[in-house]
Design a protein around this ligand. Structure first.
Ligand SMILES: [Fe+2]
Length: 280
């Protein structure tokens, strides 16, 4: 099962509820839209009706936050069945989830919690990704997450873990450049070493977002413009991997659509430079 990139190699935005009405009525020139899958786990209603209209105008990416690929609990088959139903209804260009966990003893914690970078966690994630891909009948993308702690049991670096999961599971990689930067600052590593370890051909999507730097560490809030060093790291990623479908995520303190679209336009201009460099 190959993780072919079906998203266009342009910039898109994460679409959140306050912007849906305007996007529907004005159809702004956005490359594609990403939504959180779980917000559409319904059999009907206005949100789903809006998404069904939008899918006729824009490529759609379904981005999951609740499948808990790394949980020691068994895979939530009811959740997977709802995702499968949504994928069948929307026929998205991409389906993604996080390399994280958020469920224990049957309780969902609504968090993307970090995994220990061990062989055991690696095997568990690969088994789950395989089960999800088999159930959906298509490859998924998995995303590297931001984390505020490390485990003493870690047996490898984060970038080795991420690359190994993608290689073994045969899935695609949703490479979140902001998460790499946040973790690099908080845990003291060189983000370029992370980039160098990534399997470029498997990267089917890139995420950009803003963080909060007012505390003792960077917090991945998705509540600000993309920071200058993250743009620099994004440029380095494009130079290394070539142009990739790129999404600007913004989830808290959501700004006017113009500001979000402006961030996507900045990504788009960098993508066009990368396209030109590839063609030269
Ligand atoms: Fe992300």
């Amino acid at each position: 099962m190959s993780a072919a990139a079906l998203l266009p190699t342009v910039a898109g935005i994460g679409l959140r509820a306050p912007h849906v009405r305007r996007v529907l009525s004005e159809r702004p020139p956005l490359g594609w839209l990403e939504v959180h899958s779980e917000n559409y786990f319904l059999d009907g209603g206005p949100a789903l009706a809006a998404l069904e209209k939008l899918r006729t105008e824009y490529p759609i990416s379904l981005h999951g936050v609740g499948l808990s690929l790394g949980s020691a609990d068994a895979l939530d088959l009811a959740h997977l069945a709802r995702l499968k139903q949504l994928v069948a209804r929307i026929a998205p260009a991409a389906v993604s989830e996080h390399l994280a966990w958020g469920r224990i003893d049957g309780r969902h914690l609504n968090e993307l919690l970090p995994l220990p970078f061990t062989e055991e966690a690696l095997a568990l994630c690969c088994e789950r990704i395989d089960a999800v891909q088999s159930a959906l009948g298509r490859p998924i993308l998995v995303e590297n997450v931001s984390a505020y702690l490390r485990f003493s049991a870690d047996a490898m670096a984060e970038w080795e873990f991420v690359a190994e999961v993608v290689g073994r599971a045969g899935c695609g990689l949703l490479f979140d450049v902001n998460n790499v930067y946040v973790n690099a600052v908080n845990h003291g590593f060189d983000p370029h070493a992370y980039l160098a370890a990534m399997p470029g051909a498997a990267i089917a999507e890139i995420h950009l977002a803003g963080f909060d730097d007012r505390g003792p560490c960077l917090i991945d809030t998705h509540g600000a413009r993309v920071a200058a060093p993250v743009w620099e790291l994004y440029r380095a990623a494009l130079e290394r991997f070539g142009p990739k479908p790129t999404l600007v995520e913004w989830d808290t303190d959501l700004p006017e659509l113009e500001i979000l679209a402006g961030e996507a336009a900045t990504a788009q201009s960098m993508l066009e430079q990368a396209h030109a460099a590839t063609a030269a």
